[in-house]
Design a binder for this molecule. Sequence first.
Ligand code: PMP
Length: 401
Amino acid sequence: MPQLARRIGRAKPSAIMQIAEKAKRLKSEGRDIISFSIGVPNFLPGEHVYEAARQALAHDSGQYGSNRGSDAMLDAFLEHINKIGMTGYGRVNLATGVGAKHVLYNLAEALLDEGDTIAFPTPYWTSYLDIAEIVNAKVELLPCGPAQDYKLTPAQLEEALAKKPRVFLFNNPSNPTGMVYTKDEIGALADVIAKYPDTWVITDDIYNRMVFDGVGYHNFVHARPELRDRVIFVDSLSKTYGMPGWRVGFMAGPEVVAQAVVTMNSNHITNLPEIVQAAAVAALSGPQDVPEAKCAEFQAKRDQVMDVMNSIPGVVCPRPQGAFYVFPDVSCAFGKTHGPTGKAIANDVDFCSVLLEAKGVACVPGSAFGEPRAMRISYTCPTPQLEPGMQRIREFFGELS
Ligand code: PMP
């Protein structure tokens, strides 16, 4: 048989999906499973989005569309990001993709030659590593453990940028930690970035509308507008509007980078479907009550999760202020045995596996995100499941010795 390309050997299936599949299997066997594993928003957009899609279907042009995106969608996105202070961009600064994941993949292809370095903080969203490995980039991980609230410090960034990586990839609010950088923290990091002109900066900020406690969303270009010529802002409809399956992602950044992504699109997807683009315009420019209500709901759920995590002796759990994740350090459980099942817990993978088997609660091991001391709790489940799920986690800790 002929061989597959070497890059396929470097591509791995998602660890998150593996846990989700196991949870699904147990459920189909009749087990009572509560899933805190997959990061789907679990709500639908407003009716106006479906109506726009139906209208587009009724007036389908049947034609190819723009490789960049329809003017209506680009303009709606420009207006949308103006509201979070991402100003000064025009259509030429934008590109779109089949979700933010595709935009990030295109950016990796557009910015990184084989062997170039991409630096990003750990914990990281799983696909960063996978995408970097597929394009054969060198990865420099910047460890940001629980003791520093999973946040990158200016000193760490300085050390990394001094080595002139081609790309620095940043994620705020963070998946998996839910941490949000304050205005001052972003300002301090922006000051460091300004000193190193050889590095592109990607800010994957798809959770920018899900920020709690009034801390607000901040980007390096707010602190230093001149960084617009190197910062590439990535956004998506998936989490904000409850539209992950519609697959709409965006970037706003330097014209040359946007054009590179458009050229990539012209060689594979050509364009996002007309119906999807019409739905995107409706989501971006229509009533914002659904995302606003969901943000308030997630903040309340964050509090519920934190109350339980803070009550468990030995668990260290930095307080997230965005997205819909909590990322406790559960390493206090390593080396212990779960009494009722007699199973030993050596690490995060054992922890999540025994927790799922014993209590029917699915969480994702932190090693999937480069932090093997922790596990990720995604709290987008239906509200009535949250309390019992958290109680089962508390009980589980009580059964370890
Ligand atoms: N970036 C981060 C940090 C994410 O959490 C996700 C989705 N889990 C993505 C990008 C990809 O989002 P999309 O659905 O737009 O591809």
